[in-house]
Design a protein around this ligand. Sequence first.
Ligand code: FDA
Length: 389
Amino acid sequence: MRYDTVILGAGAAGMMCAAFTGGRTLVIDHARNPGEKIRISGGGRCNFTNLHAGPANFLSQNAHFAKSALARYTPRDFLGLIARHGIAWHEKTLGQLFCDGKATQIVEMLRAEMARAGAELWLSTALADFSHDGAAFTLALDREGGRETVTAANLVLATGGKSIPKMGATGLAYDIARRFGLAVTETRPALVPLTFSDNRFAALSGVSLPARLSNDRASFDEALLFTHRGLSGPSVLQISSYWREGESLSVNLTPTAPLFDALRAARQSSGRHELKTELARHLPARLAEHLATEWNLQGRLADQSDTALRALSDRLASWSLTPSGSEGYRTAEVTLGGIDTAGLNSSTMEAKKLTGLYAIGEAVDVTGWLGGYNFQWAWASAHAAGTAI
Ligand code: FDA
């Protein structure tokens, strides 16, 4: 069977791309349903974009690569699309836009857009073999108990990254890219909870508070959550993309203002209070108790010198922690790294060395922050490739 374009992967990027390609398009996926990550995203409501999405919200070896595609398909463009499909939405926080209803509305919208463009969708289909003869791609596909061979002038790699293998994530796009001479940068789990080998925070599991997580590359002010295995919550997921094994992180537990003035005022007004009791007025009680033990905070407020209060305030603002690892691809929301952008044209996503080969979405070395940025990259890169084809 001959197609103009075959798109591998019916996720966010693959389906979106099929809505724009002209000619005869086939989308294939080994899963039983398309867009499974969309379905479970944003707690079932899909954080489908971010109003503030710009190149600065993405990690890549080439910080400029995403600029062109992001500028040509913006969050406003996606809002226009969902408005045409009557999907209601709201802004939660920090420019993050969610469906009022269910994430499956986005999946249904993309299916409708693919159908409108005349694209075919083959699910439960596995790629058995592939080649390129200098003019077209030939793909051997296993489906419905048999094998079919299809040819196409264009092949779009849209099989995403390696995160959550249980949901069908594979490294297929990387393997195909390498076979056709494209480089793949180091890949690692990102937007992922961080772990501590001694489970030192197990007793704090469930405690959450606003915090600032920083290292010398980035800083994020969002919620921090203690878990049985370590740290999670938006601020931790964000900084995880900038963290490497062996490095420490600075945790500011009083991100709005240092506690020094408040502690001094409390010493004046309630000097007989235990120091740890005062701490519990500013931090969740279990955390205050934990820190009081770990930092050996004893005595009444009245017994504390300015120097001691200053030292405590500073410590709360820069608690240094060294995670031992992360929860890995099992729970990572995305994969950092991917197909090296050096081999791709930034306005079309086409491989520079092989006409007709495209890579889009998470498979590419462009990784967004938490908060709707990764879907915006999926939409924008898919639009860039789809309109170029
Ligand atoms: P995606 O993973 O969506 O699609 C890849 C497709 O390829 C899948 O359908 C898969 O089955 C298929 N495939 C893989 N290997 C294959 C093979 N060997 N053969 C055939 N098919 C194959 N982002 C965001 O912006 N807002 C959010 O709210 C969230 N929430 C969120 C929650 C959770 C739990 C996760 C895991 C991730 C998110 N994300 C997110 C990230 C977002 O889901 C992700 O970045 C995009 O789905 C990437 O889109 P792609 O189309 O590139 O890959």
